[in-house]
Structure formats: structure tokens, C-alpha cells
Design a binder for this molecule. Sequence first.
Ligand code: GLC
Length: 622
Amino acid sequence: MSDRLLAVLSDELRPLAAQRLAAAEPVLRRLLAGLYGERADFDAWLGELMESLGALYAARPAELRALDAQRVAQPDWFLNQRMLGYCAYVQNFGGDLNGVAARIPYLRELDISYLHLLPFLRPRAGENDGGFAVSSFDEVDPALGSNADLDALTTQLRAAGISLCSDFILNHVADDHAWARAAKAGDAGARAMFHVFSDRDMPDRYERTLGQVFPQVAPGNFSFIEALDGWAWTTFYPYQWDLNYANPAVFASMAAALLRLANRGIEVFRLDSTAFLWKREGTNSMNQPEAHQLLQALRAIVDIVAPGVLLKAEAIVPTRELPAYLGSAEAPECHIAYHSSLMAAGWVALAEQDTGVLREVIRNTPALPAAATWLSYVRCHDDIGWNVLRAEASADGSGGSGNAGDGGAVRLARVARFFSGAEGSYAIGAAFQSTDPNAAHGSNGMAASLAGLQAARTDEERALALRRMLLLHGLALSFGALPVLYMGDELAMENDYSYQDRPQHAMDSRWLQRPVFDQQRWKHRYDVSTVPGTMHQALAKLVRIRSRHDALAANAPRALLADAPDGMLALARGDRFLTLMNFSGQPQSYALQGEWRDCVAEQATGGTLVLEPYATHWLERE
Ligand code: GLC
């Protein structure tokens, strides 16, 4: 079958392709045979797939092929401590793709080397879940620019040393995607791209064990679609139809769509909602073995055609389910995976002024295969989902607040209430998708508002809020991961309430954290007499310090130190770097062994260090 791929290549391209095929093809064949091998037409299908991969290989621009070669020679290129991400909506950050290009100098100033632009491909007409309902993978959203603008942007970003990351929404398509339209028009082949049931029998059976992503605004996992005269599987909103990966045509088409985008210069794909790719009755249809096989097969394909490209898993699942998304040395899967447990646990530690859950998460975080890493972050465009922490919240060993009986739910519900501003909290946020006060789902809000800035009335309260912001950013930057900043957090931007006036968004409080970039705050970024300036400069300083210490690289060793008090987190990065973080409103003492230099305060330190409330110390051994 490899002949079919090689046959379409020029003599010049063939030798390298043959070499890559030899390495990846056996794995690919095994995976695909496992998924689709029972089908009578398997060999023919595989041959066609290989031929289409050959065409995409041939179409890969020379400049990108050169980048591939460079990265193959140095597969850990994205693990160094200078790698730093930034995530933004195109429309909010720059207005359109050209406006984003105009912000490249600002990104460089922040030392950004990776830019995740939230969905910018043609979305569904009308409401589209912030672009997460895609109607064409081959067209830029006309409201944001043209395909030529995208090509120009990737070229400019590449020249500036910034890798562009794009969402690749592979679990579902919009109900006006060509396949959905054809299915509605009665095309049986198109209908088979989806999970469609003519009556409620199977949906009801599946529902017995399925969870719900949007229980309030989109309850249930199936939607009756009149034109189909049937029930379509719709994990998210009813207009997002889940794709049926048991159908090999879906896999082949989606792999090709990804590679076409890669050939436009997108270097990283955020594989959206990867946990949901495979459905199985009697389970929650998340994290199924076949979902991993699909991702591994996609990885093998990328390794053949575009090996400079990185795959990033968005799987918001419990900590124990996360490592599988990075695969193993024998079967690599994604290169990067969101560590949503670490992110959420940082917020829990703030709410509880106790690092029990956070420590448990870190203890549950295994070492990773080479050339793979976590993505660390403080906020993103979605809610902070609390349920990924159920296990840790009931088993952190703190005794006091964890309750094994409810699986941590009551405790996490308390945290969610804290971030919606209840119980004398400094936070101003919103509970997401939960009406039951004893069950947590998620919390929304910009980091600054959740950290107390919006509610702060005095300089002291503002200073504490900024420290909390820096504490969480410090954790993300020093944990040993690829950290990604969320647009606006570097300027301490607060909640945006304008969504409440937009009927199509009013019921989805995730829009609280999707503001338009604040030009005024940006102008003040160097002025430390202002809040945005203080935040920006303090964060920029952490970024600079990080970039100087290879102990802070993603793959450098990390150890949780047990001798810190409950309100603190102490992480050693090798034996020469130490990060100390106080998550409580009380001073905390920590006895240092030996002589250290505080890189942030720029002074020597040693003996017993007293950490002020919410203080962050980064120490290097003298
Ligand atoms: C991911 C996105 C989220 C979206 C969902 C459905 O979780 O981050 O914003 O609603 O997928 O595509």
C-alpha cells in the first residue's frame, strides 16, 4: 500500500518519504486494521488513503518541508523554557487575521513563540459556539479574512519565530457543513458520516451512561433533526453533529483536512474534544481505546507527511485519563495535552487556601514520554471545569474537607460557589451549567475578576489580587510544561458582561471571559503606577527569568517538596531551582537549606523565608 503513496511523489521527494513510511507505516497499518480491518473494502480504502496522503505530501511547500526536517532533527524543540504560548480570538485580538498580524510585534515583546488563535475557519451561519461549529475546514471565516490572509499570517508568524496553532474540531461539524447538508437532502453516504438513529431506542440506551457537557443549555446528547427524520448524536449544541469515526471515510476525510491546513503553515493543531471521538454503549463514551487508536493513527500520518507539526489534545478529563493522550514511546499520540487538572487545582488552592488537591494532582501527574509535554495555563475561553478533580478532591489526605462518599462533589461545589462570589469571597465570576448548589460543573470569569481585582476597593486589595494572578501564572510558568497565556490576562483585564445583551450568548456565561482586547490597558503596559502596567511588567519579568533557566524547561525534572505547610506549594526543579508559592492569605514560613538567590526580588536569601500572603518566590541556588 505504501507504493500508492510513493507513486505520486517526484523522484526528489520519494527517498525521504520512503524512509518515513518505513518507520511509521507498520504502526499505522496495525492501528487502522484494528479500527476498520473487518471491512471487506479495507485494503482498497487504505490504498486510497495512502494515495491521498501522497498528494498532500507532494503539495507540501518547500519551506514547510525544510521546517519538518529541522524539527525531525530536534524533536524536543518545543520543550525548552523559551517556549511560551498566547491564546486569543482573532476578532477580539486583532479584529481580523490582518489585525492579528499587526500585533506580532506585541507578541514578540512578550516573548511569545506559539500563538493559538481560537476557531477562524468558516463557521455555521448564525450561532456557532464561538466558531466551534465549523461548516468548512478549507475556508477562513469571511468575517475574519481570506485564505490568502491566513497564508500571509502563517508566513509572517513563522518569520517572527511564532508557531501558529489552530483548533481542529474533529469530533463534530456544523449542521450546515457540506456533509450535513447532503445528509439532510437524503444522501445515504453523507448520513453515514454521522451517528443518526431513526428512533429513540439506541439514544435512550446510550443516554443511561452518558454525561452532559451543557446540561442546562443543551441537555441530552441527541437532537431530533427533522430533515433527517432521526436523532443525531450532538454531544455539545444541537447544531454540532458528532462525526462517526467507525466509518473509515470520516477518518480519511478528516486526516486530509488537517493536512491541507498544515500545508497552509499551521504548525500546531488543538484537537478539540478528543475524549468524545468514539462511542460505546454502557460507557460515558469518553476516553475509549479506539479514540486513542484514532489519534495515534493521525499522529502516524502527520509523522509521515508533515512531521514538523504538533498535535495537542484537548481532553478535559480526570487526571488519570490524561497521560494516555500523549501515548507512549512505542505508540506516540499527541505531543501536548492540556493539564486541566493542574489549572483547576490551582484555583481550588486559592479558594481553600490549602494546596491539598493541587499536591494530589501533581502526585498523580506521571513522567511523560520523550518529546511530549503538558500545556499549563491559568484561564482559557472555556469554563474551569471542576469535575476533573473529583478523585483528588476526595482523596488529598487533608482529611478535613474531602468527603470520599460524595466523590469530592460537595467540596468542589463549595469552590464553585466561592468563584461565583458567595460566602464573602473576593471573586466575581459565574457558575456554569449548574443549578444544584451541591454539584459543581464549571466556573466562568476572567482570571483578574476571579482573583479579586474586580471586587478590590483599596490599593491593598488590588495588590493582593495581582499577587494571586501572578501566583497562578508563576505556577503555569514554572511547572514544567508549555505555558499558554490567555489574551487579556497579561493586562489584568476583567469580566466582559456585554454577552448578556446578545440574545444568542446570554445563556452561556463563558462569554464573560471573551472580551475585546483593551487598547487602553495595552497603552499602559509599561506604566507600573497602573494595574495593567504592574501586571504586565511583573509577568514579563517571570517570563524573562524563566527563559534564562533550563531547569524550568518542560522536560527538566520536577519534585514536589513535602516539607511545605498546607497553604504553600514548594516545587523543586532539579537541585538548583526552587519555586515557593503561598496560596493562603496568611504569611507562611519555609526553612531553606543552603544559600539561594531570589530571582524575582533580585537578592540573596537563606534560612527561614517568610512568604507574604499569595507570594511567589523563584529561587536559584547561589
Ligand atoms: C471544546 C471547546 C469549547 C467548545 C467545545 C465544543 O471544549 O473548547 O469551547 O464548546 O469543544 O466544540
